[in-house]
Design a binder for this molecule. Structure first.
Ligand code: 0WD
Ligand code: CA
Length: 378
């Protein structure tokens, strides 16, 4: 018969009336049929300019200009003299998204008017936080901390930097810092500011600038509203968002079967998760050598990635990623019951462990700003 001790459980530690205290991240628990994931719909967008000012428009949206198969871009160019880096010590939390919500709430409310809660969605967060959830069952290096607060019936989820991530950030080598620039430089080589323009390869790279799409969708019974940064779009104005968007990536050139296998097993998982969530259909990847020269450019269609990886032994599965995310959101809903913008449940996870949480009232973890709470309540 059943031996409970040998059964694998997704979540447990219940005390009456059944609030689970942890959530397992073991892959095999999430190998079931693919959950419902509605086609993401773009409900809006916003821009952050060179000084990180918010604009409720698409002024920072750029246009893709095809680079050709082997373009010889030097990604090191401009690192010392034409690079303005965003201050990563400034923690913005969900603020830009909240600003967008305030300025567009009538649009959202009329769209979701049948719903009981104010915004008509269960969760508000950044796309990047959801990407971390999708990849959790396969992650062995980096843990995460996600703060959650319920306000007006919606649960807001905002990342908190882990100690380990802070130490890593503050101890990057000069080489690593330069390599982080390479991805932004690649964008500059193939993006134009105007539909009929050409890339300005001699311009300044400023990582304060961003264009973000805001999409609405549903995962199982979780209505989601999230925003993600988009690198550029196809020039053809007939393609609607988010199908017109293109994600740009750089990666080390692949020279050996081992490197190809690692690329499929680790990098494609992160690339797939990030673009699948907002419905971005393709990735343009620049493969570069040790000296930061782009030696090849390849297109990856998100819908083909799961086929590409099927030959890898013991590889990641999209269904595990999506089912884990869905179960995590159910877990959060079961834990975060009190509607209170100053109350934070801090969900924490370390590789090879279960997801746990702790409770914080009116502490430094409170992240919904007064300007947002007051404005939503009036
Ligand atoms: O303060 C924080 N802890 C975070 C802020 C964490 C995650 C995101 N953000 C903000 C950023 O300010 C950025 O404007 O959200 C925006 C992007 O959100 P996202 O799309 O949800 O983030 P993600 O999918 O992780 O990253 C998308 C792109 C990255 O491109 P690549 O190709 O490397 O994945 O956004 C950029 C980066 O170019 N990016 C950031 N830019 C500034 N600050 C950050 C960040 N912390 N994280 C990613
Ligand atoms: Ca990118």
């Amino acid at each position: 018969g059943d031996c409970y001790a040998h059964k694998r459980v997704r979540s447990g530690g219940e005390t009456f009336p059944s609030v689970p205290r942890f959530l397992s991240t073991q892959r095999q628990l999430y190998e079931r049929s693919f959950p419902v994931y509605k086609q993401p719909v773009e409900v809006g967008f916003f821009s952050l300019d060179s000084e990180r000012n918010f604009f409720n428009d698409s002024r920072q949206l750029r246009y893709y200009v095809e680079p050709g198969k082997s373009p010889n871009f030097s990604l090191r160019d401009g690192y010392h003299d034409r690079f303005i880096k965003r201050d990563e010590g400034v923690k913005e939390g969900l603020d830009h998204m909240l600003r967008w919500i305030l300025e567009n709430r009538t649009k959202l409310q009329s769209k979701n008017s049948a719903s009981s809660c104010a915004l008509g969605v269960d969760f508000v967060t950044w796309r990047g936080h959801l990407t971390k959830l999708l990849t959790t069952p396969y992650e062995t290096q980096e843990g995460w901390l996600l703060a959650a607060s319920k306000f007006g019936g919606t649960i807001y989820i905002s990342e908190v930097e882990t100690e380990a991530a802070r130490v890593n950030r503050e101890s990057r080598t000069e080489r690593h810092k330069e390599m982080m620039y390479w991805g932004f430089k690649f964008e500059q080589y193939i993006c134009a500011d105007d539909m009929n323009g050409v890339p300005d390869q001699g311009g300044v790279v400023n990582t304060n600038e961003a264009f973000c799409t805001v999409v609405q969708t549903r995962l199982s019974d979780h209505k989601l509203l999230f925003s993600g940064e988009v690198d550029c779009r196809d020039k053809d104005p007939r393609i609607p968002a988010p199908a017109c968007y293109i994600e740009l990536k750089t990666s080390a050139e692949i020279c050996t079967p081992k490197q190809r296998s690692n690329f499929h097993r680790y990098k494609l998982l992160k690339w797939w998760a990030q673009s699948f969530l907002p419905g971005v259909p393709q990735i343009i990847a620049g493969f570069r050598d040790q000296d930061g020269i782009v030696v090849a450019v390849e297109t990856f269609h998100i819908s083909n990635i799961s086929q590409l990886i099927k030959n890898e032994y013991n590889c990641w599965k999209p269904t595990v990623c999506m089912n884990f995310c869905s179960d995590f959101l159910s877990f959060v809903k079961s834990v975060v019951k009190e509607d209170n913008p100053r109350l934070v449940h801090l969900f924490e996870w370390e590789p090879h462990r279960d997801v746990m949480f702790s409770v914080h009232r009116d502490t430094q973890y409170t992240f919904l700003p007064d300007w947002y709470v007051n404005s939503m309540e009036s």
